[in-house]
Design a protein around this ligand. Structure first.
Ligand SMILES: Nc1ncnc2c1ncn2[C@@H]1O[C@H](COP(=O)(O)OP(=O)(O)OP(=O)(O)O)[C@@H](O)[C@H]1O
Length: 252
């Protein structure tokens, strides 16, 4: 990675453990990482290695035992409105309509402006006509779209995504990947994505980090400089996928 790029996130030698009875469970074992502004970094790693913990630390929801995270050069001491977390659990309010959900995170401005902005993002994720629907009236895939729109409407500088599409069926999962890339092409954001799906990582990311088992460290890094849209059936992607799987100990 070039040093002349604008740096957005610096993760400086993070360590983190949790108390487990009398013992200490080491979870993050020294992770250092620099993410450029507008870069899309995917993180894969074995189950339970500490991916979510690492992301929570970077997003400011957990404190590291050692090391620090800097966003735009400033040390992070908690969550910031510059970053939005999208997880598999979802955070849509069931008692609000799609439009109201999208307006929720917006402050300032008049009601009319907020509603117009909400409708713009609803349309962007393909929910035009459903602005006044309630979450229980939507399918799982549509709910995910609300979730995405909710993240984008506040124009976050950083999107933290922890297995955002894993609860969706395979087809909807593919559609949401394309959707996300389309939105990112319109509005560039810095993205950190945790996924268990190596193809999902290779389809979207500029860089894929493979984490080691707990206490986790960065075991390998793969640059993916290929333009979008990517055809994963191409040999270079299949080869990279095999190398990543081998790092994860599941390749032959
Ligand atoms: N708040 C906590 N208190 C105690 N232990 C925790 C806490 N959060 C995570 N852990 C432990 O840290 C380890 C890593 O958890 P984490 O959720 O970060 O892993 P992960 O790689 O995201 O897992 P998965 O791939 O299964 O989602 C696990 O052993 C978990 O039990």
């Amino acid at each position: 990675m070039g040093t002349d790029m604008n740096t957005k996130i610096v993760v400086d030698n993070i360590r983190k453990g949790f108390k487990s009875g009398k013992a200490q469970l080491p979870v993050v074992g020294g992770v250092g990482l620099t993410v450029a502004d507008g870069e899309f970094v995917a993180i894969v790693g074995p189950s339970g290695c500490g991916k979510s913990t690492l992301m929570k630390i970077i997003a400011g929801f957990e404190r590291p035992d050692e090391g620090e995270v800097r966003i735009d050069g400033a040390a992070r001491h908690g969550p910031s409105p510059k970053g939005i977390v999208i997880s598999q659990h979802g955070s849509v309010f069931p008692w609000l309509t799609v439009q109201q959900n999208l307006m929720f995170g917006l402050n300032g401005d008049g009601h009319g402006d907020k509603a117009a902005l909400a409708d713009h993002y609803a349309e962007m994720v393909g929910l035009k006509g459903f602005e006044n629907s309630y979450p229980h009236e939507l399918s799982g895939g549509m709910l995910k779209r609300v979730e995405l729109a909710r993240a984008f409407v506040v124009k976050p500088e950083i999107l933290y995504m922890d297995e955002p599409f894993s609860a969706l069926d395979a087809l909807m999962n593919l559609r949401m990947r394309t959707e996300l890339l389309r939105i990112l092409a319109e509005e560039r954001h810095t993205v950190l994505l945790i996924t268990h799906d190596v193809e999902e990582a290779l389809y979207m990311a500029d860089r894929v980090l493979v984490l080691s088992p707990r206490p986790t460290r960065i075991q390998a890094t793969f640059e993916v400089p290929h333009p979008h849209p990517r055809k994963l059936s191409r040999p270079e992607f299949q080869e990279m996928k095999e190398r990543i799987l081998r790092e994860l100990g599941v390749g032959e």
